[in-house]
Design a protein around this ligand. Structure first.
Ligand code: CA
Length: 231
């Protein structure tokens, strides 16, 4: 059971989603405008937000940014619902930090599966051990092995790797990594990120393939890289 907040101005769609979410065992909350959605988000502290990009009062992108600014909803997974396929890169990519998206018209079944996937992913960030194929990360022991071989990482490289794996399948802009891993201003040196990612990849050997370069944006950890890397 998850608490799901639907922010969607189309009444029919809102009802269909609420109905299906409830059927799937979730607790559904719904808002018809961005402002109402933000208010409700702070009230109900949802586990996940389905956010329509085109809302009557404020754009969904502004709602997403506002959710990220609020400490209470800062880490809530967001699935963007959009009718504009061409907006997707921007949405999922970087500054908005949406976790996934669906393009209208979408199948409700598919959306339900996406919701489950995003919720599962969120849980993995609390796990002590992260395992991806031959890569094994023990967060508490600060130990990384690849195919059973221990890899010596600096504290920074470890933090970078854990940050990327926690947000797997989500593109991380260089600026985001700089502020989250280095606690540095993104204006200073995004080359720093490239240098460290390169070193980390080299050290990881075969498991280095999981860190893909997303040209012009940053990096993404993925067990099944999409092949969009620029190296
Ligand atoms: Ca709409």
């Amino acid at each position: 059971m998850a608490r799901v907040l639907v922010i969607e101005d189309e009444a029919d769609l809102r009802e269909v989603l609420q109905y299906n979410l409830t059927q799937a065992g979730h607790r559904a909350f719904a808002a018809a405008t961005g402002e109402e959605g933000l208010k409700l988000a702070l009230e109900v502290k949802p586990d996940i937000v389905l956010l329509d990009l085109m809302l009557p009062d404020v754009p969904g992108t502004a709602v997403a940014k506002a959710l990220r600014r609020e400490p209470l909803t800062q880490f809530v997974p967001i699935i963007m619902v959009t009718a504009k396929a061409e907006e997707i890169d921007r949405i999922v990519g970087f500054e908005l930090g949406a976790d996934d998206y669906v393009v209208k018209p979408f199948s409700v079944r598919e959306l339900m599966l996406r919701i489950d996937a995003v919720l599962r992913r969120g849980k993995s960030s609390e796990q002590r051990v992260i395992e991806v194929a031959e890569l094994h990360i023990d967060r508490e022991a600060h130990r990384v092995t690849v195919g059973g071989e221990e890899i010596a990482l600096t504290a920074l490289e470890f933090k970078l790797l854990v940050t990327l794996t926690e947000r797997r399948d989500r593109v991380q802009a260089r600026g985001t990594l700089l502020s989250d891993v280095w606690a540095m201003d993104s204006e200073i040196a995004s080359r720093t990120v490239d240098t460290h990612v390169k070193r980390l990849r080299d050290k990881l050997g075969t498991a280095g393939r999981f860190i893909e370069t997303v040209r012009g944006v940053g990096y993404r950890f993925s067990e099944t890289p999409s092949g969009s890397q620029g190296e």
